[in-house]
Structure formats: structure tokens, C-alpha cells
Design a protein around this ligand. Structure first.
Ligand SMILES: C[S@@+](CC[C@H](N)C(=O)[O-])C[C@H]1O[C@@H](n2cnc3c(N)ncnc32)[C@H](O)[C@@H]1O
Length: 472
């Protein structure tokens, strides 16, 4: 019952917490309901009525899954408006020692997610004593403060998601249908989870406290403020008849889930964070399946705030760069330092294009006026002074200067590859070893992406079967 204790504690600690969250916080926010207020009868009735009368709804679907799991599909399912698929809520209340888990997705994808859970359920991994406390932080609402020294690479907390929503619902369902499913999924949470959910941060300034839909709006805001977007593993057996027409669906969206795990929702954003998160999809790596893991990407001292980046600092995935719903800015630096940092980030992109996409270095805009000077001379040391390895080293140092510790393994890997092409094996070893060290930290043990670097670190002499002391 330890976990219950933890969840309830979380709810109790903050049940009466009316502090603002973030710069645009709500002050004495009347929207932070107590658990008892939530989903008053009228509202759920209205939703049920709506759901049963929606033109798109149809009865629930069955999910055949492994024994020991107790899957149910609640409320009607809703048909996609662009494909033949229907989306439903699937819940297993017994998952992870009765913490429960719910999905909003198709029966097919729910079954494949459920198959990832076929390990001995265990509750959230807690450290005793915890490595952090949840405290109020000026201008940010609540946040996590390290209560002990947390060495780089160690796990700070890890948590099963409470619910996972298939990105496709945003494109494929009428909004009202989607909202019905969302309300159903929240009301199906175990009570402790539900009250913890409704005590989470909301950025909404517009939601009206009166009228039937206000709590629904609150629910929606809490979701957008606290959920993580996670790329899905590729389906093992893609089924052609259930795929929507390509011109109507962003294929990218079909591969994402919005994931909600309440215990990590107090982590604040920083553009140069000291922690990173990853989502482990299965237990083949020895850990529990479907678990959100937060790891330190540098040493964190007691009293320091633990932060993650809500956005990818370099890439901009569909709308992610703006993240208006989070209401947090990119970097809080000032004046010249901002300019320098911006310049470095532009440089990082430019050098990456140069190295990854052959020699042409991307668009005119990215190249800039001095493009002639950017052209690479030769591939290795032999011809033209090893521009590519030098560029790779520049790339690495830009990452390091920017403090992108959660991503720096990509730069190390690239440097290892460039030195490998140039035949400088000792340097290959160095960069591959760094790629493995820093990559393991954020990707986890045994991640496929690190296989190549592990190989290079062990045998930088390449694939020809040449052993370490072998002739060359
Ligand atoms: C996932 S919650 C994080 C926990 C939140 N502070 C709380 O009290 O529950 C996201 C919200 O926290 C606040 N926040 C996160 N990072 C912030 C930052 N760097 N500065 C100011 N507010 C921040 C914003 O209000 C944001 O919408």
C-alpha cells in the first residue's frame, strides 16, 4: 500500500494549494476543485446522454488480451471521420497494483499496447528517501527540488502513465466526441488519481467557472498543461485496411501518443534542463513496460530545481516550438548572451546539415552569404585537412556550450562516424565511448540506437574482422 500512500499524499499536500502556477498563474484559483467537486452528477449525465446520441457513436469494443488483465471498454466508441476505425476508452483497473491505466485509441492499437504490459505488474518506482521534494518556486508554481545530490545518469523518478491518448483522435474525431472520451477516461480513474489530476496545474484564464462545461474545459486544460507527447513504437504488423487515407492524416501523428503520468507533472521547464525523460515501451530491457523515466543529465546538487525541457531545443516538431499552452518562454538569458546562444543554435543546425545531408548544407537561407567558405574540403585527414572531423568537433563543442546534455550523445556519435570515415581509430574510440556513456543516460540500457556506437567503441577498426591487435 505504499503507492497508495504516495498518491494520496500528493493529493492531500496540494488539495488546498491555491498558489499560482507559472507567470500567468491563477492566484486564488477557483478552478482548483476539491476531489469531491469533480464530475458532479449533472455533467457526467449530460456527457453520457450526448455520447449515446452522437451520430458517430457505437457500442463498445472488446479487447482480447493476456490473462491476468482486466480490460474493459467504457462508454460508446466514436467513429473516425476519415477512416474506418473507431476510438474507445480501454481501461485496466488492476494494472500496476491497482493504480490502473487507460488508453484512448482503436481496439487494435489498444491490444498492441496491452501486450506490452504482459509483465508482472509493479507499482511506480519510488526511492526511499525520495530524491526530491515538491516545493513552491517563485514565478513557477510548484516544482521539484533535489533533496540529495543526484549524480549524472541516475534515475530521479519513474512512473507508469495513468492514461495514453492516441494522437490520431485529434485529427480523426469530432471535438465533441473526443471530449466525451476524455471525460469518460478521467472519470474512470481511481479516486486518488482523479483527485491528484484535478489538483494539477492549469494555465487557463478563460475557462468559465459557471455552466456545465467548465469542468470539461478544466480537464482539457490540465491535459494540455501536463501531458507529454511520446512517439509510439512502430506497429509490428501494420494493417492496411485500418490505415486512414494518407492525404487526410499527418502520418507523423499516427505515431504519437499523448501520455499523462501525474507524478511527473510537477517538473518545470528549462531550456537548458538538468534532467531528461524517456519512455520505455516494453520490458525487454529488464524494466517494467510503459514507464516514463526521468534521469539526471548532469550532477544535481541538493536545493537545485530539477527541470526538463518541454520542447526540443533544436528541432521544431509540429507546433512544439511555440508551446503556447505551457506559457513558458524559451531561455531566460539576456542581451548579448541570448544573441550568442541564438547564433550557436543556428550554427548547430548549419553544421549538422553540412555533415548529415552530404555537402550542400541545406537551404540558401541557412547557408548565409559566406557560403563559399563553408564548403567542405575532402573527407578525411588525407585530403584537404579533415574538415569534416573538425566540423564534427565544432558541433560537439556547440552542444556542450549550450548545455544540451540530454542530446549531446548525438553529436558524439556523429564525431565518431566522421573519424571512422577518416580512419582515425583512436578518435573513433573516444567519441563512440562518449556517445555510449551519454546516450545510455537518456535512452536507457540496451537501446538499439546505441548498438552502432558500442560496436565502434569496441572495435573501431571496422567491420572487416580486424581485431584490436590485428595487422593493419
Ligand atoms: C507541467 S506543469 C509543471 C508544474 C507546475 N509548476 C505546477 O505547479 O503544477 C507546467 C506549468 O508549470 C509552469 N512552468 C513550468 N516551467 C516554468 C518556467 N520555467 N517558468 C515559469 N513557469 C513554469 C507553467 O505554468 C506551466 O504551464
Amino acid at each position: 500500500h505504499e503507492k497508495e500512500h504516495i498518491i494520496v499524499d500528493e493529493a492531500n499536500n496540494h488539495a488546498h494549494d491555491h498558489k499560482a502556477c507559472g507567470p500567468e498563474g491563477l492566484g486564488d484559483d477557483p478552478l482548483r476543485f476539491s476531489a469531491a467537486d469533480i464530475l458532479g452528477t449533472g455533467e457526467t449525465d449530460a456527457l453520457t446522454y450526448y455520447a449515446e446520441n452522437s451520430a458517430n457513436s457505437h457500442p463498445q469494443e472488446d479487447l482480447n488480451t493476456s490473462p491476468g488483465h482486466n480490460w474493459s471498454s467504457t462508454v460508446p466508441c466514436f467513429n473516425s471521420i476519415v477512416s474506418n476505425d473507431a476510438f474507445c476508452v480501454f481501461t485496466d483497473t488492476s494494472y500496476a497494483n491497482d493504480e490502473g491505466i487507460s488508453f484512448i485509441t482503436t481496439a487494435q492499437r489498444a491490444a498492441s499496447l496491452a501486450s506490452l504490459l504482459s509483465f508482472t505488474p509493479r507499482s511506480n518506482i519510488q526511492f526511499s528517501p525520495a530524491k526530491y521534494t515538491i516545493s513552491s518556486i517563485p514565478g513557477k508554481g510548484l516544482g521539484l527540488i533535489a533533496s540529495t545530490r543526484i549524480p549524472r545518469g541516475s534515475v530521479i523518478l519513474s512512473s507508469h502513465p495513468t492514461l495514453m491518448i492516441d494522437y490520431r483522435v485529434f485529427d480523426e474525431l469530432l471535438r465533441t466526441d473526443y471530449i466525451s472520451l476524455q471525460a469518460a477516461v478521467i472519470s474512470s480513474l481511481p479516486p486518488a488519481h482523479r483527485s491528484a489530476f484535478f489538483n494539477l496545474c492549469t494555465q487557463s484564464k478563460n475557462a468559465s467557472v459557471t455552466g456545465g462545461l467548465s469542468r470539461i474545459a478544466l480537464m482539457d486544460t490540465i491535459m494540455t498543461t501536463n501531458a507529454f507527447d511520446i512517439p509510439a513504437p512502430l506497429p509490428r504488423t501494420p494493417s492496411p485496411q485500418s490505415s486512414p487515407p494518407h492525404d487526410q492524416i499527418d502520418p507523423h501523428d499516427a505515431l504519437w501518443y499523448t501520455v499523462f503520468a501525474s507524478s511527473i507533472s510537477r517538473l518545470n521547464h528549462d531550456c537548458r534542463p538538468n534532467a531528461d525523460y524517456r519512455f520505455d515501451w516494453n520490458s525487454t530491457k529488464g524494466g517494467p513496460g510503459l514507464v516514463q523515466v526521468i534521469t539526471a543529465v548532469k550532477d544535481i546538487l541538493p536545493g537545485e530545481e530539477i527541470t526538463i525541457s518541454y520542447i526540443n531545443p533544436l528541432k521544431s516538431r509540429k507546433g512544439a516550438a511555440e508551446t503556447p499552452e505551457h506559457g513558458v518562454g524559451l531561455c531566460s538569458r539576456s542581451g548579448e548572451r541570448v544573441e550568442e546562444a541564438d547564433r550557436r543554435v543556428r550554427l548547430i543546425r548549419k553544421v549538422r546539415r553540412l555533415l548529415e545531408e552530404g555537402q550542400d548544407g541545406g537551404s540558401e537561407e541557412e547557408r548565409g552569404e559566406e557560403w563559399e567558405g563553408w564548403k567542405m574540403r575532402g573527407r578525411g585527414q588525407g585530403e584537404g585537412g579533415g574538415d569534416r572531423t573538425k566540423a564534427a568537433e565544432l558541433w560537439v563543442s556547440l552542444y556542450e556550450m549550450e548545455g544540451l546534455w540530454g542530446m549531446v550523445h548525438e553529436a558524439y556519435a556523429l564525431a565518431a562516424r566522421e573519424y571512422s570515415k577518416a580512419g582515425e581509430t583512436w578518435m573513433v574510440m573516444k567519441w563512440a565511448a562518449l556517445a555510449v556513456e551519454f546516450g545510455t543516460m537518456v535512452l536507457g540500457e540496451g537501446d538499439e540506437a546505441l548498438r552502432e556506437m558500442k560496436g565502434l567503441a569496441r572495435n573501431p577498426w571496422g567491420h572487416g574482422g580486424l581485431e584490436f591487435w590485428g595487422g593493419r
